[in-house]
Each structure stands twice: as structure tokens, then as C-alpha cells.
Design a protein around this ligand. Sequence first.
Ligand code: NDP
Length: 240
Amino acid sequence: MSRVAVVTGGTRGIGEAISLALKEMGHAVAAIYAGNEGKAQAFSDRTGIATFKWDVGNHQACLDGCAAVNEVLGPVDIVVNNAGITRDGVLSKMSFDDWNEVLRINLGGCFNMAKAAFGGMRNRGWGRIVNIGSVNGQSGQYGQVNYAAAKSGIHGFTKALAQEGAKYGVTVNAIAPGYIDTDMVAAVPLPVLEKIVARIPVGRLGQAQEIARGVAFLCSDDAGFVTGSTMSINGGQHMY
Ligand code: NDP
């Protein structure tokens, strides 16, 4: 059955692969981006997927944005909270703005998007929310108290909202990716990246499509009994 899916940060990196995977499942996809017009336009030209621009950290923008998606594609059945940023630094050098911005976008974005879409899913008796966490939210990471806190928060948010959605056919799950070959990881200095890869048992970075396949499963009808879970896709880097 064709559904309407919103993928935040859906125009590049992991989000691009998720948008494509959901489109391949037959869904109408809205890919949300923050401001990189060039990447969004190229993505839209390449895939034919509709793009919408708003800041997921802005509560009203999420309410208005989902209303706009509703007008164009129909009621939102699937939300993938994938948009995320990093503002790394050790605590002594991290500004309050760097702390706040990562919490506002990475964790606040999940709340804002759930507020916009959860009620409709519950009323229609079917919904899927998938939140993209991180291995660094599970294990912590030097220089990332903001990012690790936000991503760890996503895992708690997922389990709590899953309990609210369960009896209405709305599942809420998380995926915790390990290091994936995207622009975000390309920003990590090469010597640091080499040390990271050396600690990944499968011996390589992950590919965005490997995360997208997990999201596609969690969004399917077949995953109706899976809720409140976190799927780790990390090449064996962290197991628990
Ligand atoms: P990228 O930096 O490659 O892409 C980020 C995407 O998020 C872009 O589409 C960007 O839009 C969008 N975005 C950023 N801020 C906002 C905002 N305020 N509102 C709306 N959209 C926004 O990221 P990745 O693909 O690497 O990561 C995707 C997710 O996976 C993130 O949540 C990240 O934390 C998580 N993750 C990534 C890992 C990795 O190794 N890459 C590992 C673990 C987790 P625009 O193009 O306009 O800038």
C-alpha cells in the first residue's frame, strides 16, 4: 500500500538513501532539507522526489511544513527523523550555542516532527516513526557531549513514544548507525578517521544504503510487531 513519508534531512547522505528506499517501496516521499539548495535541487532532478525546506528545530515550521506536505501529497503516515548536525569540541571549549543547537535540531527535531504527525497517525490507526540515533549516543564519544546527549535522548524518546503509539498501530523505533560514508564523516580529519575505522570489526565505513534498508523494514507492514527497539547498524563497533 502506498503511504506518505516525510524524511528529514532527506536530500543527501543517509537521508537521500532513505528517501530513495521509501520511494522504491511505492511511497510518496517528501524530503526535507535545511538550506543547501544546490544539493536539494540536484536530488530532486535526479529522483523526482518532492523537496521541502524547513528547520526541524523550529516547532512551528514543522507544524506548518507537515501541513504543506499534507496539502501536496496527503496525510503523513511515516516520519523518518534523520536530520542531524555536529558541533564537536571538548566541554571546556564547547559554547552554550554549540550545545543548544545540537540539542535543538537533533533531539528537538524529533519532538517537533512527532507533534506534527503523531496525532493523525493515531487517528487513522497506522503510522511509522523511525528516529536516527547514533552509536555515539550509545557509547559516548570524546568531544561530543552535545551530540551524544542528543542521540542518547533520541533512544529514550523512542521507547517512551512507542508506548503511546502501540495500541493505535503506530510504531516508533530507532536506528543507531555506526560510521557511515557521508559528508558528515568526510569532515572528520583523516588520521582520526583511520583510527575509527581500525576499531570497526568489519574493517570499513558503512554505506548509507545499509541504513536505508533497516529504515525500510521498520516502515513496512511486516514490522508491525517491532516497536520501541533500537537497531544497531555499525559493523560490530559497539554491541549491547
Ligand atoms: P549529512 O550531514 O550528510 O546530511 C544532513 C542532512 O540533514 C542534510 O540533508 C541537511 O540539510 C539536513 N539538516 C541539517 N540540519 C537541519 C535542520 N535544522 N532542518 C532540516 N534539515 C536539516 O548527514 P548524514 O547523512 O551523515 O547523517 C544523517 C543522520 O544520521 C544524522 O542524524 C546523523 O547524526 C546520523 N548519523 C550519521 C552517522 C554518519 O556516520 N554519517 C553516524 C551515526 C548517525 P541541508 O542539505 O540543507 O544542509
